[in-house]
Design a protein around this ligand. Structure first.
Ligand SMILES: NC(=O)c1ccc[n+]([C@@H]2O[C@H](COP(=O)([O-])OP(=O)(O)OC[C@H]3O[C@@H](n4cnc5c(N)ncnc54)[C@H](O)[C@@H]3O)[C@@H](O)[C@H]2O)c1
Ligand SMILES: O=c1ccn([C@@H]2O[C@H](COP(=O)(O)OP(=O)(O)O[C@H]3O[C@H](CO)[C@@H](O)[C@H](O)[C@H]3O)[C@@H](O)[C@H]2O)c(=O)[nH]1
Length: 453
């Protein structure tokens, strides 16, 4: 049993704190958002994450998990301190490390003995060294502080099970005491442990996300070519995926990747390279293909509907993926904003993310409580997020409710035959095209530069 402080009660911090408490440790989770901490103390989870609420309640009641805004007290009582604050994208593409710096300073000021300080936030190579020097600069005495990198690989929507059953745990550290403490902490998980130096560990996290994003942009590019050649990309995925060197996972074409990680982490890694005079052309293209996927979706509507001005589009799904209420960098939001810019009206529904989307989209989008309310009177429908409940959409009911007849399946979850049987038109991503050869060429005039925000 270890005494742990987790700084940051967001998706990663709260899941990490709760899971370490579940494993029998004594954990305090710190956040500088007093309302969030008050909510957590009252048993309210600040975001939607399956099975997290029950685990928080169980561990709070067992007094293994507590919440506070008092970072100094939390630092003093802990042996191991995790930094799990946000590292969002700056307008120049770099990771914004201001929250990490602020936390390192507060840890330094509060120091009263030796500590292990672990960065769980996704941070650029060299950040461990920066954390270490900020802590030393502000510490009241010459205490031994080991700075460790322990990147997190959980996915939103399956965060608890990802944390408790990881494919691997990566630990970057430079001394035996810190390594032993990290080994102890993760021993109950029975996962392979990759131990490296701090810089390598920081790089592993960016390389992992960049590889996964590359896989998505690759298959999106293949899907776009399939559309021009009248080939079904799903069959192509099956045909290549059985090759174990390629694998079937993470090969779903769609409207692009989103979320709080891939977009910012690909850009941050590219920036790390660019500022060292390596232009990282592959990462640049991964990002470019992803942006184009959004533009291409809008272009499909524009062409199929003969313009967007005055048209009504129903959007099903607003979160960047199913099983989360997170709309950060969600492709659905980017598409909606472009549809509005071109004069369309948007009606939308998400099973969980309506409230979060309302904060980003404002009053210009009508958000509905059910999927069938959202499709009422629409000229076309976009399936943007593959929530399970959308898989059983009643197309006959949609056909009656809609003014138009176009279904754009942005995640390829529908069977075109079923859509067409209801008298509707079907368009997917990389599936057999609607019109004759050569008539649908969705080339888009997107420009992109490394310094563009
Ligand atoms: N979200 C994910 O799925 C995921 C997965 C793996 C890694 N990561 C990485 O983990 C980090 C955290 O991501 P997240 O999605 O949990 O972020 P988040 O925005 O959900 O949460 C960050 C929390 O930190 C708090 N905070 C900010 N500054 C603080 C300070 N000075 N003192 C105390 N609390 C402070 C905020 O109030 C917020 O509650 C990022 O670096 C991210 O890239 C995220
Ligand atoms: O075949 C696929 C798989 C995913 N996506 C999209 O990719 C995005 C990211 O999906 P996913 O990876 O499932 O969600 P995240 O919660 O963002 O998790 C990623 O980002 C986290 C933060 O760094 C990492 O910890 C995880 O390992 C990494 O998978 C979403 O928009 C998905 O719709 C696709 O378009 N096609």
């Amino acid at each position: 049993m270890k005494s742990i402080a987790i700084i940051g009660a967001g998706y990663v911090g709260l899941v990490t704190a709760t899971c370490f408490a579940e494993l029998g440790n004594d954990v305090v989770c710190v956040d500088n958002n007093a309302a969030k901490v008050a909510g957590l103390e009252a048993g309210e989870i600040p975001f939607y994450e399956p099975s997290l609420a029950e685990m928080v309640t169980r561990n709070t009641q067992a007094k293994r998990l507590g919440f506070t805004t008092d970072i100094s007290a939390a630092v003093r009582r802990a042996e191991v301190i995790f930094i799990a604050v946000g590292t969002p994208m700056r307008s120049d593409g770099h990771a914004d490390l201001s929250a990490v710096r602020a936390v390192a300073r507060e840890i330094g000021l509060a120091l009263d003995g030796p500590k292990i300080v672990v960065s769980k936030s996704t941070v650029p190579v060299e950040t461990g060294e920066m954390i270490s020097s900020i802590i030393r600069e502000h510490a009241p005495g010459d205490y031994a502080v080991s700075v460790v990198s322990n990147p997190e690989f959980l996915r939103e929507g399956s965060a608890v099970s990802d944390f408790l059953k990881p494919d691997r745990v990566v630990v970057g550290c430079s001394d035996a005491t810190a390594e032993a403490a990290m080994r102890d902490l993760y021993a109950p998980l029975d996962a392979p442990l990759v131990v490296t130096d701090v810089r390598t560990s920081e790089m592993i996290k960016y390389a992992a996300n960049a590889f996964l994003a590359t896989k998505i942009s690759f298959i999106n590019e293949i899907a776009n070519i399939c559309e021009l050649l009248d080939v079904d990309v799903r069959a192509v995925c099956a045909g290549i995926g059985y090759d174990q060197r390629i694998g079937t996972k993470f090969l779903n074409p769609g409207i692009g990747y989103g979320g709080s990680c891939f977009p910012k982490d690909v850009r941050a890694l590219e920036q790390l390279a660019v500022e060292r005079d390596y232009p990282a052309p592959l990462l640049h293209s991964v990002e470019l293909v992803n942006r184009r996927q959004v533009e291409r979706t809008v272009m499909k509507f524009e062409r199929e509907l003969g313009g967007l001005n005055g048209k009504t589009i129903a959007v099903l799904g607003l979160a960047f993926k199913p099983n989360t209420d997170d709309v950060r960098d969600a492709p659905a939001i980017a598409i909606i904003q472009r549809l509005l810019d071109r004069g369309a009206k948007v009606r939308a529904h998400d099973p969980i993310a309506n409230a979060a989307a309302a904060q980003v989209l404002g009053p210009n989008v009508a958000l509905h409580d059910t999927m069938y309310d959202a499709v009422e009177g629409a000229d076309a429908l976009l399936l943007a997020t593959e929530w399970n409940e959308f898989r059983s959409l009643d197309f006959t009911r949609c056909a009656k409710a809609m003014r138009g007849d176009l279904i754009l399946d942005g995640r390829n979850i529908f069977e075109p035959e079923k859509v067409r049987a209801a008298g509707l038109r079907y368009l997917g991503v990389g599936r057999v095209k609607l019109r004759g050869k050569g008539s649908v060429v969705y080339e888009t005039p997107v420009s992109y530069s490394a310094t563009q925000s």
